[in-house]
Design a protein around this ligand. Structure first.
Ligand SMILES: [Zn+2]
Length: 272
């Protein structure tokens, strides 16, 4: 599944292709993906308008035009490829967008968990409204998170993976950040102190940042030859390392199943 770093890398790769440019043609090959595609609105509001910037909020990309933004989400299996023609080149191509004579973006999503939507100028959209702040946003600060987690009895790992609290932290990044911050994944979220929140959020950002900088810089090297947006080869400290010695203390890394997901941690470095 494309994670936040892949989506951020895609954003950066798309910047030179679409910012200050105009989508002169768009074609849709389905009425819906996860949700209906608002084709008429996109033709009216997005086509032939200059894209001023691309914002990212969690795993959503927002291509801004004067009256609002086209929202792209890759879901579980989606990707965007760069082609010279509007003709679909891959199975499961659901939409194609022409930006200039040699730049056509193809939206491909085999499992159809992604979406293409329109967000009005107000920035309000049910999908965005119920989402917590992006980890890189100033709103994702220790004070705000501590107050949000007040009296919360769910484990800190579940809490930071809940997009309604903070957006876009997947299992790998949650395990790695909690290890770096020295916090046990099972600790009750409401018991995490302000100083620990501060440390944890900075570990979340540095883990994501490392993965973002390991990503490619162009659309062509963003996707491997099979077209999958694979995980970047970042140095993982605990994820997938069960039984291997901890990098900090050499205690074998433990694994437990937690909300149906594997959780990796060091019981010495993350005692509570
Ligand atoms: Zn350790």
């Amino acid at each position: 599944m494309p994670e936040l770093p892949e989506v951020e890398t895609l954003r950066r790769a798309l910047l030179p292709l679409v910012v200050d440019k105009t989508c002169t043609a768009l074609k849709f090959y389905r009425k819906d993906i996860r949700f209906p595609i608002p084709q008429a609105t996109l033709r009216k509001q997005f086509a032939n308008q200059v894209v001023s910037e691309i914002q990212r909020n969690g795993k959503y990309l927002l291509l801004q035009v004067p009256n609002g933004a086209m929202l792209l989400h890759l879901g579980m299996s989606g990707h965007v490829s760069l082609q010279e023609s509007m003709t679909p080149q891959e199975k499961h191509t659901h939409a194609t967008f022409r930006f200039d004579s040699k730049t056509c973006l193809h939206y491909v999503d085999p499992r159809r968990f992604g979406c293409i939507l329109w967000v009005p100028k107000s920035g309000r959209h049910p999908l965005l409204d119920k989402m917590g702040p992006d980890p890189f946003s100033p709103d994702a600060n220790a004070k705000a998170m501590k107050s949000l987690a007040k009296k919360c009895r769910s484990p800190i790992k579940t809490f930071i993976m809940d997009a309604k609290r903070i957006a876009g932290i997947g299992n790998i990044y949650a395990c790695e950040s909690l290890f770096q911050a020295g916090i046990n994944p099972k600790r009750k979220a409401g018991r995490v102190t302000l100083a620990e929140w501060d440390r944890l959020l900075s570990c979340v950002r540095s883990t994501l940042e490392k993965s973002i900088s390991a990503g490619g810089t162009t659309l062509r090297d963003f996707f491997n030859p099979s077209g999958d947006a694979g995980y970047y080869a970042i140095q993982l400290s605990v994820y997938g390392k069960e039984g291997e010695p901890c990098q900090k203390c050499e205690t074998p890394i433990s694994r437990m199943i937690h909300s149906n997901r594997s959780t990796f941690f060091c019981k010495t470095c993350q005692p509570h």
